[in-house]
Design a protein around this ligand. Structure first.
Ligand code: PLP
Length: 356
């Protein structure tokens, strides 16, 4: 048994997976109890009256090509959130196992673990370290109960990317002992190389990617788990057979066509220039104390008076993310970079001269 199986819940390995209707697109489907007519308002190519293809091959191949891995290393689901859920179901036994994460970070790791009845162990990133990853602190916090270790790079909400050598040190030390999950939801906004290219050096490293951010498809819900084929094999048995809705599959294929990818690259570059402009301007506001460096499409700011910043931005019609519930972020807010016009209006609401 390899480490990916040895670490998994025994019930999952023993599972007889759901046997879905055979996918034989050349034949007329009289085997899945579907209606033979299209519903009103159906604009899909394939027809919403039909069940969608489980793990649609064309989309899996496009995503594999996009990330530069083989199709046998790809699981596609309803956002990274579903990948996190599937990993939790495979690896976490209620009352016995735990995850390890590095707050302040993305909240779903903790929630998915808690839903599964598992514990959450923390190795916090520290303000005094500029939110840098400390591999020695992560490894000191690890115990054999920890089956999933989440590293988010670039990190939400702090915005910084984690040091590649530090991630490597953790992946190397825990290889075969825990699944190290590197969440790269914001990788497209960073010039750091993706860890995807390094996953085949390790037995138990997985990477999360998403189309929700740089590909502008948050509403479609498409995320990718990239992992060794043995883990993808287990995950395909656990994920619901019809995880992806037909309109989502078609929207993702359209967004991944070559011309659309070129347009995305241009938009990402333009937004990064906007981010740097907004960072410079925010730093000049008397209400803002610190603009943290960002490798993502958002900025974390520490405010002189967060309530005042929330009031001013709300009055201008903007909602910012209040981070004050996180430990170590008592005066922090998170600002997503919008369109140039939106950014200008937000900056105007925070200008020192505004509302004397
Ligand atoms: C936005 C985000 C995701 C994306 O989640 P989806 O379910 O793919 O929309 C994943 N991880 C982090 C850290 C995020 O901020």
């Amino acid at each position: 048994m390899n480490a990916l199986e040895r670490l998994a819940r025994p019930e999952i390995l023993a599972l007889e997976p759901y046997s879905h209707a055979a996918w034989r697109p050349a034949l007329t489907r009289l085997h899945a109890n579907e209606a033979p007519w299209r519903p009103a308002g159906d604009r899909s190519e394939a027809g919403l009256n039909r069940y969608p293809e489980p793990q649609p091959a064309a989309l899996v191949e496009r995503l594999a090509a996009l990330y530069g891995v083989g199709a046998d290393r790809v699981l596609v689901g309803r956002g990274s959130d579903e990948a996190i859920d599937v990993l939790s179901r495979i690896y976490l036994r209620a009352g016995e196992d735990a995850i390890l994460h590095c707050p302040p970070t993305f909240g779903m790791y903790r929630v998915a673990a808690r839903i599964q009845g598992a514990d959450v162990i923390e190795a916090p990133l520290r303000r005094a370290d500029g939110w840098r990853l400390g591999p020695e602190r992560v490894l000191a916090a690890w115990t054999p109960r920890v089956k999933l270790v989440y590293l988010c790079s670039p990190n939400n909400p702090t915005g910084n990317r984690l040091d590649a050598a530090a991630i490597d040190a953790i992946a190397r030390a825990l290889d075969g002992r825990a699944i190290v999950v590197i969440d790269e939801a914001y990788a497209e906004w960073s010039d750091a190389p993706s860890f995807v290219q390094r996953t085949d050096r390790y037995a138990t490293v997985a990477v999360l990617r998403t189309l929700s951010k740089a590909y502008a498809l948050a509403g479609a819900r498409i995320g990718t788990l990239i992992a060794p084929p043995a883990l993808i094999g287990i995950a395909r048995r656990v994920i619901p057979p019809y995880a992806l809705a037909q309109p989502t599959i078609e929207a993702a294929l359209a967004a991944l066509a070559p011309a659309a990818l070129a347009a995305t690259r241009e938009r990402v570059a333009a937004l990064l220039a906007e981010r740097d402009r907004v960072a410079r301007e925010l730093a000049r506001s008397r209400w803002v104390e610190t603009v943290w460096p960002s490798d993502a499409n958002f900025l974390m700011i520490d405010c002189v008076d967060p309530d005042e910043v929330m009031r001013r931005s709300l009055a201008a019609g903007f909602i910012l993310r209040d981070l004050r519930a996180y430990p170590d972020l008592p005066r922090s807010l998170r600002v997503t970079i919008g369109s140039r016009e939106q950014n200008d209006a937000l900056l105007a609401s925070l200008a020192t001269e505004a509302r004397a």
